[in-house]
Design a protein around this ligand. Structure first.
Ligand code: SAM
Length: 222
């Protein structure tokens, strides 16, 4: 019983970082000056083949739901955008295996590295209209800047893909930092608290039940 309660509640993010990372700009500049070209993992390549097939057999505007976990948000977005193809991407077969199928048929779940799929889409000229990145792992230790989305070498690929971007987190500083990186790269967005609305993801639901304030970064289409 005790264990179940622990699993349902989570602690707010704590970090040894008091403000935006002092090396954010320097790190970003290095990444923007060099092309991100990591070898594509075979399982990502296979997952992408499924996506490419779906896009060529039924061309539709594309929405990405990177780091989708169980794909709950992917199914919600599919109902919200019936004329789009929504693509949920997660590296965890375990999480994807817990997906509860929805009636909408305009979504796909891919087990893949998100950065691989971004590279492949970019190479083939596909651009999403919207890109959702909901509750990415926060990597709160200062030394882990490079593991955050905006500190990673693939950030340049995310920027090049374009589209309206939405990132959600229960760590406000993560989004302030993401917004600062976007601003330094020439894109403007807003960080705001998410109103108390039905949860879009399982992590959102868990954080809400734990009483955390939740935040969203949003920028319009590029
Ligand atoms: C904190 S969970 C959030 C899941 C979901 N968006 C939610 O809010 O319920 C972060 C997810 O990112 C996935 N992930 C982390 N790095 C990834 C990567 N490079 N490519 C694809 N998925 C990744 C993990 O497997 C995990 O499911």
């Amino acid at each position: 019983m005790k264990q179940e309660r622990q699993a349902d509640f989570s602690r707010p993010v704590t970090s040894n970082q008091a403000g935006v990372h002092p090396r954010l700009a320097q790190n970003l500049q290095r990444h923007l000056e060099s092309e991100f070209k990591r070898p594509i993992a075979p399982h990502s390549q296979a997952a992408y083949a499924e996506l490419a097939k779906s896009l060529s057999s039924s061309p539709r505007p594309l929405i990405l739901d990177s780091f989708c976990g169980t794909g709950m948000s992917t199914a919600v977005l599919a109902a919200r955008y019936p004329n789009h193809l929504i693509v949920g991407i997660d590296q965890s077969a375990h999480r994807l295996g817990k997906h509860v199928p929805a009636s909408a048929d305009n979504y796909l779940l891919l087990r893949a590295n998100a950065e691989d799929i971004w590279q492949l889409l970019l190479k083939d000229g596909h651009r999403p209209t919207n890109h959702f990145l909901l509750y990415p792992n926060p990597w709160p230790k200062s030394k882990h800047l490079q593991r955050r989305i905006h500190g990673h070498a693939s950030f340049a690929t995310l920027l090049a893909l374009g589209g309206a971007i939405e990132v959600r987190s229960n760590w406000q500083l993560y989004l302030e930092e993401f917004g600062m990186a976007m601003f330094l790269a020439g894109r403007f967005g807003v960080v705001a608290q998410i109103p108390n609305e039905p949860a879009l993801t399982l992590f959102e639901e868990k954080y809400r039940l734990s009483g955390h304030p939740l935040w969203r970064y949003h920028s319009g289409p590029q």
